[in-house]
Design a protein around this ligand. Structure first.
Ligand code: NIG
Ligand code: FE
Length: 426
């Protein structure tokens, strides 16, 4: 079969294994690294990959062959944990943070997520859409082709729904795959202090509408001191499971209050953050097959010393990912490459582990591994191309954008750090 397009002579191509489950423990340090490699697309899907000369039977009269020597390629990057859709921003809290006020203290005085809640409620659909589109484009320019996006800055149905509808419209209009998560259980407004169970009841009552209107695939909850307890989080996630949602949980981010154990008990797809996770809970998650979504940009931005214990998780046989947490508060950052670099420097992951974390494992974390996350024949031709000499360079040289091209389903969508006009994309 002839390819539509073949990119040839990559210095290196990162080709993850896909054994049918997320890569766990030592599996995360394995991958095929192809030297002098080609990648062939057909009808928006991967047709073939290999090293050296392109087999003659892939090249027809219409095939476009492009030399990519001096570049590397990897499957389109997947950012599997973001809070993308929000009103306003929080730079007015930056000095407080720099002066030593903690994230939970800022929240307690009515700032933090509560301040974004107000700004989001006051934003129209179009305002949220335009702002989020800019953010998605920034992520794509940095190499991302699939993004998980949470609601959670509305709490009331009207605003939560608006946030999820923005995600749906972006999924339809932009060349990125967006995966929607319903996270109304993100904050407790002061008027509900002491009545958190009532809030959980209200959120559970919204679930059938989220389902009926196909607004989200996942349900998430912020299990944290001063937010939701482990018992409340469990109640919500079990109700979500009963309705057929996949589940996630923000666990052990600032204090360890049992969220990771809840993830294991309810069979959540993933547990997020895990900076303060206990050894016992790591083992519970490993046994239950919960993926650990690690967000080193958040630890960095919260100016904390304790990064998630990635090595312990890998030693225990867990599967982990690395993701941005892109949000207006704890991590105002949309560059997955920077989170990957922090993954090496502060989570002490190897480059191969980090690349697996943001490709095949992130694909499992958003339940898209059948179509993205690796370069196996038949998966979507989503590809991130960087102008660097080798895979290690892209992680070692931090803080700049190495991406030169992004392909989504075989189409060039980013070139020279700019979105390609969809009318011109081919
Ligand atoms: O993952 N921890 C809860 N949610 C986000 C922060 C959201 C915000 O501060 O706006 C997080 O860190
Ligand atoms: Fe988060």
């Amino acid at each position: 079969m002839y390819a539509d397009r073949i990119l040839t002579h990559f210095n290196q191509v990162f080709a993850p294994h896909d054994p049918g489950h997320p890569l766990r423990g030592q599996e995360m340090n394995q991958a095929d690294i192809l030297d002098d490699a080609y990648i062939a697309f057909k009808d928006g899907k991967i047709l073939a990959t290999g090293c050296g000369q392109v087999p003659a039977d892939l090249v027809g009269p219409e095939t476009e062959v492009l030399d990519r020597s001096g570049h590397i390629a990897l499957p389109g990057l997947i950012d599997c944990h973001t809070h993308l859709v929000y009103g306003g921003s929080r730079e007015h809290e930056f000095s407080k943070k720099l002066n030593g006020m903690s994230y939970l203290e800022i929240l307690e005085e009515g700032g933090g997520i509560l301040s974004t809640l107000k700004a989001t409620r006051e934003s129209s659909f179009d305002q949220l859409y335009d702002k989020t589109r800019d953010l998605v484009e920034t992520m794509m320019i940095h190499g991302v082709t699939t993004i998980e996006a949470k609601s959670g800055y509305g709490l009331n149905w009207e605003t939560e729904k608006r946030q999820m509808e923005v995600v749906r419209k972006l999924n339809e209009t932009l060349p990125a795959d967006l995966v929607s998560t319903f996270m109304a259980a993100h904050v407790i407004p002061p008027e509900y202090k002491g009545r958190e169970d009532e809030l959980i009841d209200n959120i559970i009552a919204m679930l059938p509408d989220v389902k009926a209107e196909k607004l989200a695939e996942f349900v998430d909850v912020f299990c944290e001191k001063g937010v939701y307890t482990a018992a409340q989080s469990k109640r919500l996630l079990l109700a979500a499971k009963d309705l057929g949602f996949a589940t996630r949980i923000h666990a052990d981010e600032i204090e360890s209050i049992g969220g990771s154990a809840v993830a294991a008990e309810v069979g959540a797809t993933s547990a997020e953050h895990l900076m303060m996770v206990t050894d016992e809970d790591i083992h519970k998650m490993a046994e239950a097959g919960v993926i650990g979504n690690l967000l080193p940009g958040t630890t960095f931005s919260l100016i904390q010393d304790t990064y998630a214990p990635a090595r312990k998780m890998l030693d225990a046989g867990m599967a982990i990912t690395v993701t941005t947490d892109c949000n207006p508060g704890s991590c105002p950052m949309a560059n997955l490459q920077f989170a990957m670099q922090l993954g090496c420097l502060y989570l002490r992951m190897t480059p191969v582990e980090v690349y697996n974390a943001v490709t095949i494992n992130a694909a499992y974390s958003v339940r898209r591994a059948e179509t993205v996350g690796s370069l196996h024949t038949g998966k979507k031709a989503d590809l991130t191309v960087m102008k660097v000499p080798n895979l290690d360079f892209a992680l070692y040289h931090f803080g700049t954008n190495h991406v030169s091209e992004v392909y989504k389903e075989g189409k060039l969508v980013v070139k020279d750090r700019q979105m390609v006009d969809p009318a011109a994309a081919r």
